[in-house]
Design a binder for this molecule. Sequence first.
Ligand code: NAP
Length: 313
Amino acid sequence: MARIYVTRHLPGTAVERLRAAHDVDLWPEDGPPPHDELVARAREADALLTMLTDRIDADFLRAVEPLRAVANYAVGTDNVDLDACTAAGIPVGNTPDVLTDATADLAFALLLAAARRIRDADEAVRSGNWPTWSPGAFLGQDVAGATLGIVGYGRIGKAVARRGEGFGMEIIHNSRSGGASLDELLERSDYVSLHAPLTPETRGLIGERELALMKPTAILINTARGELVQTRALERALKDGAIAGAALDVTDPEPLPADHPLLTAPNLTVVPHIGSATRTTREKMSDMAANNLLAALAGERMPYCANPEVYDG
Ligand code: NAP
């Protein structure tokens, strides 16, 4: 029997399944454990079930060694130093595929909300400013016939493209292995949706130069990671009218404080990192993370491993 530290309550029955085979220590609060607490609990654990808010880097691994496995409750693993885990012989699990449709749905919901000014219109109704019906009130932008540029054409990027095709959009995409150049995509797109992982290469990918390449009528959607976009540059681009709007599920910093200057920018919709937040998706993510840990602790290969090279040799 191994000892597992789970850093948050999980939807579904995954924790019970882990408890049936192992000793489980569960962080009882809604927010993440403070880093010191995470280190202290991890020192007593053989394996961890972590969230994207838990930083697992080389210093952490040195402080808590030896760990047998880490299962991250996300497809992205930018909170985990995969190279350091591989060097320490620790397999890292993630949760691809099961959250693709939920996240693509949210990206498209944000696109439609920004295109049709849902937030402004809803706010007007709630504040008693329902305008008499008028041909010029709350004019938004067309989606059918517009060009959707997808940066990061993987599982979620392709799922967003399918939704765009269903809405009659022209799709262009960019990734390292093909598609249009990023500059061309930014220049041609009416909507730009980000779906690349956060890596040293993509950190700050969309800054002042890139926003200036976009059409002044274009809308930026980010459901990937906040750090792909330079926050100050986005704030300026919205205030100066360099682009027409933005809709974000992820921000830098995250959480975004209520008094953050970005929130004073016009034509901005922000939701609090809810891309995969459907009940079914979150339960599937719980099961995948638990299955990854159960396999690793049984001496088997993790079914979904983000650093498969850990098994080489
Ligand atoms: P994926 O299937 O691995 O797709 C990522 C794509 O990005 C790959 O096709 C990759 O293609 C491309 N890429 C990598 N580096 C790039 C670069 N420098 N420029 C352009 N494209 C690049 O991953 P996924 O499952 O679609 O997930 C994508 C990301 O979404 C995750 O990493 C995560 O951060 C984020 N996410 C967010 C939420 C949320 O709640 N908001 C939920 C799920 C996922 P090449 O290798 O050919 O470049």
